[in-house]
Design a protein around this ligand. Structure first.
Ligand SMILES: [Zn+2]
Length: 166
């Protein structure tokens, strides 16, 4: 798993700094303070125009949807889950499992689809998962998942779009 940093450009960076991530990253060495520019970048105003308020809250402000609210919990068809922000494919249905948490869960993302980032918000130490193309916050990854990876990618359904296999 690659460990990368949230970018510090644009509105997302401003939020990251406001949320106290800047001191955390600065403490991890000079290299960690380098800006990370994602390939797909929009201004905050453009994101607000593009996304629904619920999508914006999760993807651009690292919010969390209420459990059991996403229709994707019960999506069991073969297909692909993509980022609701930039449409990059993130997860295959073949790695989806029922975690019982109320959030769509996967044991493995598609290759190079996501970045991970240490998240110490709310007094917890978690690993946040971002889209590697737009930097949008998707959810968190935990190490209590099923085989073969033992990982549980706990995703916000509102941050994704599902396309059934043709
Ligand atoms: Zn994205």
């Amino acid at each position: 798993m690659r460990l990368t940093r949230r970018h510090f450009l644009g509105a997302g960076g401003a939020f990251a700094a406001a949320a106290g991530l800047a001191p955390l990253l600065a403490g991890r060495g000079a290299r960690a303070a380098q800006p990370r520019a994602y390939p797909y970048t929009l201004s905050d105003a453009q994101w607000r125009a593009k996304l629904t308020p619920a999508q914006y809250e999760v993807l651009r402000r690292a919010g969390t949807e209420r459990p059991y609210t996403s229709p994707l919990n019960d999506e069991h068809r073969a297909g692909t889950f993509a980022c609701a922000g930039c449409a990059q494919n993130l997860f295959s249905s073949t790695t989806k499992f029922d975690s019982g948490t109320g959030w769509p869960s996967f044991w493995q993302p598609l290759d190079h689809a996501v970045d991970t980032l240490e998240d110490r918000s709310f007094g917890m130490r978690r690993t946040a998962v971002n889209c590697s193309n737009c930097g949008g916050h998707l959810g968190h990854v935990f190490d209590d998942g099923p085989r073969p990876t033992g990982l549980r990618y706990c995703m916000n359904g509102v941050a994704m779009r599902f396309t059934p296999q043709a």
